[in-house]
Design a protein around this ligand. Sequence first.
Ligand code: APR
Ligand code: PHB
Length: 399
Amino acid sequence: MKKISTQVGIIGAGPAGLTLAHWLKKLGIDSVILEHRSRSYIESRVRAGLLEQNTVSIFKNLGLADRLLREGHEHHGVYLSFDGNRIRIPFGELTGGRNITIYGQQEVVKDFTGAWIDGGGELYFEAQAKQIQGLDTPRPIIHFEHEGEPAELECDFVAACDGFHGIGRQTMPAGSFNEYTITYPFSWLGILANVAPSSEELVYAYHENGFALHSLRSSTVSRLYLQVDNDDHVDNWPDERIWEELALRLGTKGWSLQSGPIFEKSITPMRSFMIDNMQHQRLFLAGDAAHIVPPTGGKGMNLAVADIKHLVDGLVDFYQNNSLKTLDKYSQTALRRIWRAQDFSNFMTTLFHKQSEHGSFTYQLQKAKFDYIQMSEAAATTIAENYVGLPFETFETNV
Ligand code: APR
Ligand code: PHB
């Protein structure tokens, strides 16, 4: 049987696992990644693409941002629209010059996988972790299957960066955490289209037919989303219907939406999911393994990377000072930021989605919130600072 040994065993080659591996390497700490899927699968999986400034800084410091800086789009503001009334939230003025960058998550995964493999890093594709043993010993073992054969990865710590369906969370003992879930009564139909973006900055819109979002990937590729029912199907959405509905929901006076050939269509349900403990002995959960946010706040990938920052702080304390103190505070430190992002993502979701009849009490509250953002710099600043992402120090100093 194949037996491998390393310092940190990482399950999952998504943004969380890959960022962790690169960061540890930079610090001289060894790791091995096990990834259930194939390389082409993870590199082509289409997901969101909003990077907070914190995230871009981390990627830059890791020396992994060359293509991101060349091809990503830095945004200094965002448009919010309600019943056709569009306003702009300028990040620069409201957050002391912070901003966001649009760069597809699968491009991050491509860049990080390529750099890891080219740098001689160990990454086993089509390697499914099946069981984690010995978490109460100094050398836990991840049992996995590779090329149909059982194999073992022995390590000091297990980082479960294995997404919502991974085995990391399933390995946590029942009763060691509480679970919180909101299942929203709507989903997103997302498209990629070969057409120049009709807006240089993102547009989030409430319309009586439902939410719509205009985003982009490049000067020739647009990314757009529509609120649909949970039981809806892409077959109900021929291209003409999608463009018609997008134009209606995103519409504002003096602006028009350019349409073009759609080359990707998929429906994603919206939910908030959370657990309140991300560590059990030598097992640490990071990213989607521990939390899911609805994509309306653009926080998914950023939270995965922020978790890794806290986990790296803990691992450094262990390897440099032989102390578990910082690692044992990992959950507590990471959770403060995650709850903030959960709140912001829920706020953006409930503000811009159609939740009940147009004109209802709920609608009036949504409209009142939008009006407040329009009239109050304090309200606009709240949106801006959450959207671009609060600096790490905010969470560390205001305990
Ligand atoms: N063994 C090995 N790999 C596994 C296993 C397993 N048992 N279970 C899951 N995986 C792999 C998945 O195939 C996937 O590639 O773990 C990886 C988890 O990656 P992501 O789902 O991308 O999760 P994460 O790195 O936390 O990134 C979160 O992804 O869903 C978006 O919005 C979310 O942007 C956020 C980001
Ligand atoms: C995207 O570009 O895919 C995107 C951007 C912002 C969001 C969600 C998705 O809030």
